[in-house]
Design a protein around this ligand. Structure first.
Ligand code: GLN
Length: 547
């Protein structure tokens, strides 16, 4: 067990979706700025072993780490805020805990004992938390408990963190995120739900040290006093978290509320108190004072739930700020592009992204979007399934391979331009078996991709089973497609670009998983730049021609 590492546990009360992930990431950012090494972990109470098998409608996007873990989207926030990679250890579900305990039981590790929630499940949970504190890699481990206090599902996690406080004493801190609702009829902020939620925590043996209170209106001193009195916390530990313009503003709001000051005081952490968030502030300035606005279409089949594509949306925000440009995302359901006026939907766009995805629903709409982008010289970025759609479109409409398709969608296609990777064919289980995580990709010299990355070898993260079918390489090259990124080891075509188009790129990998606030992804920066060029060019055309 580490002697140095401190542990902060973040629980949530009153309702879900209060933004524990953002608060955790914001606090981590401030601690990082003080000079501490910090990591954030998410404990998820559901029984799926990981979110990889979940439909995005359930919990939004599945985020993928370098080491190939399929994780909760909050890990994306952690990486975007901290600019530090996470791993398999940063997201643990109830399913994974039980799977591991049951495997141990089958191996006979428990020596004939009755296997129970306490101590076996709780010990397993504790081990997963302490794993991150091993070897003193981190000064601080922040662990966010998914769900809301009082849920049956999260009880073993709550009990485990209670025990960790018992085990580690002053090295442990509890932060409870709660809601102070505003009743517009009486014009009042109400503290009762917070009191109740703290009471529930107390029943489980946990006294929160700090309350972070989500609110639409500022908390007056007397209200803070009241919360402090009823919830047994010091008044300076009642932290206001007012609705922000952008999630990226939250670290500054937390700094103003001195969240990091009380955390350091309580955990006896001595770091640089006079830190400045220079890069962060510069990013915010660019974000809030853009010089231009461009319109980007984001095409997918889960657009009703924006969390399904959260990393793409955030990457566009980072890249937009870098270009001092507001990127207006137009979320378009791909089914609309099958039966509505595509010109009306896409003609005003300065860029088109076809998003990742699975299965056949509304895929023809995505293929139509690629065609529109290609024929109208609109900057195009196809990500994973988006690239595969671009390959299918090009095969059908430029090369003339009638009926070309991905075998995921049409297993009997006479031109299977996208087909299942050999290693995938023998697999039976769907969970955790895709091509996952970071792989090196060789970038062709004198390609658009090389201009974008300015590197010969890049590393990007993957999550797919299907791949470009190399039988068709010649056909594509003859018609102007450049395979600018390749996995040399397995001879996989990782990217395509079209030489007869201003900016047309398809990538089999997911660049969106690696864009962070201080390190926006070059592919998105360049895509936004191409969008700006398109925007300026369209403006230059007289209105009569333009219409
Ligand atoms: N369904 C495609 C595949 O499995 C694309 C996956 C994705 O877009 N993440 O290859």
């Amino acid at each position: 067990m580490s002697s140095k590492t401190k542990y902060i546990f973040v629980t949530g009360g009153v309702t879900s979706s209060l933004g524990k992930g953002i608060i955790s990431a914001s606090l981590a950012k401030l601690l990082q700025a003080r000079g501490f090494s910090v990591t954030i972990q998410k404990l998820d109470p559901y029984i799926n072993v990981d979110p990889g098998t979940l439909n995005p409608y359930e919990h939004g996007e599945c985020y993928v780490t370098d080491d190939g873990a399929e994780t909760d989207l909050d890990l994306g926030h952690y990486e975007r805020f901290l600019n530090v990679a996470t791993s398999q250890d940063n997201n643990v579900t109830t399913g994974r805990i039980y799977q591991s305990v049951i495997n141990r039981e089958r191996r006979g590790d428990y020596l004939g004992k009755t296997v129970q929630v306490i101590p076996h499940i709780t010990n397993e949970i504790k081990e997963h938390v302490l794993e991150l504190g091993k070897d003193d890699t981190y000064d601080v481990v922040i662990t966010e408990i998914g769900g809301t206090v009082g849920d049956i599902e999260s009880l073993p996690f709550i009990e485990s963190i209670r025990q960790l406080k018992w085990d580690l004493g002053e090295k442990v801190l509890f932060i409870h995120l709660t809601l102070i609702p505003y009743l517009s009829t009486s014009g009042e902020l109400k503290t009762k739900p917070t009191q109740h939620s703290v009471k529930t925590l107390l029943e489980y043996g946990i006294q929160p040290d700090i309350l972070v209170c989500r609110t639409e209106h500022h908390l007056a001193d007397d209200l803070r006093k009241k919360i402090a009195l009823f919830c047994n916390v010091e008044q300076k530990c009642v932290i206001e978290s007012i609705d922000a313009k952008s999630i990226y503003e939250v670290p500054l709001l937390m700094q103003q509320e001195k969240l990091d000051v009380v955390v350091c005081e309580k955990l006896k952490l001595e770091g640089n108190e006079n830190y400045e968030l220079k890069k962060w502030n510069k990013f915010l300035k660019n974000l809030f004072e853009p010089k231009k606005t461009i319109d980007i279409a984001l095409i997918g089949k889960y657009v009703e739930l924006k969390d399904s594509y959260i990393s793409i949306a955030e990457s566009l925000i980072h890249a937009g700020a870098k270009n001092k440009t507001k990127v207006n995302i137009n979320w378009i359901h791909s089914s609309k592009l099958e039966d509505e006026d595509i010109h009306q939907l896409l003609s005003k766009m300065n860029g088109i992204i076809v998003a990742p995805g699975f299965g056949s629903r509304a895929v023809e709409g995505k293929i139509n979007a690629v065609k529109y982008a290609r024929e109208n010289n609109i900057p195009f970025l196809g990500i994973c399934l988006g690239m595969q759609c671009a390959v299918v479109e090009f095969a059908r409409n430029v090369i003339g391979l009638d009926g070309a398709h991905s075998t995921e969608i049409d297993p009997d296609s006479n031109h299977p331009v996208i087909s299942m990777m050999e290693e995938q064919k023998k697999l039976k289980n769907l969970g955790g078996t895709m091509r996952l995580g970071a792989y090196d990709c060789h970038v062709k010299e004198n390609s658009l991709l090389h201009d974008v990355y300015e590197k010969d070898i890049i590393s990007e993260r993957h999550r797919h089973r299907f791949e470009f079918n190399n039988v068709y390489i010649d056909d594509f090259e003859k018609h102007g497609i450049v395979f600018s990124g390749k996995n040399i080891k397995n001879n996989l075509m990782e990217t395509i670009e079209y030489s007869q188009h201003p900016w047309f790129v398809g990538v089999q990998y997911h660049p969106e998983y690696k864009s962070t606030v201080v390190n926006p992804h070059p592919l998105f920066i360049n895509f936004v730049k191409a969008g700006l060029k398109h925007h300026d060019k369209t403006l230059a055309i007289p209105a009569s021609i333009n219409s």
